[in-house]
Design a protein around this ligand. Structure first.
Ligand SMILES: [Zn+2]
Length: 125
């Protein structure tokens, strides 16, 4: 029973190895760790992989993000969290699990669309 709803398991939807806590699902699960490694290696926003929401908050407070690119970089982070949540729900409700690296493409495309349609960078192509 979780939040008044009968559930068959409290194990992580992605890996089935650990309890499905927020920090595990969003940061430390092997399924999502590739996404955070991508942020460290490709986007360069984060100095290292966060393993909890507290890690992420501390890193974002410590890194010096230029004002000029702040919206873009923070959008990439927020979009990553959003796409992890969507992937988790797709697993739970449709029993479909996509390769985590396929989500990287979704993150890039969604962030591009967010920036293009919601900021002064709307001249992006
Ligand atoms: Zn997991």
């Amino acid at each position: 029973m979780r939040r008044g709803i009968a559930v068959s398991s409290n194990l992580c939807t992605f890996c089935h190895d650990f309890d499905e806590g927020l920090d595990h699902v969003f940061f430390s699960c092997g399924y999502v760790s590739l996404l955070w490694k991508w942020h460290v290696e490709w986007s360069g926003i984060l100095p290292e992989q966060p393993f909890s929401s507290l890690d992420l908050e501390m890193m974002l407070n410590q890194v010096n993000i230029e004002k000029k690119t702040q919206n873009l970089k923070l959008s990439l982070i927020y979009c990553t969290i959003w796409m992890i949540w969507k992937a988790r729900n797709t697993c739970v409700f449709r029993n479909e699990r996509r390769p985590s690296m396929a989500i990287v493409g979704d993150i890039s495309m969604l962030t591009f669309n967010w920036i293009k349609n919601r900021s002064k960078f709307n001249a992006l192509n």
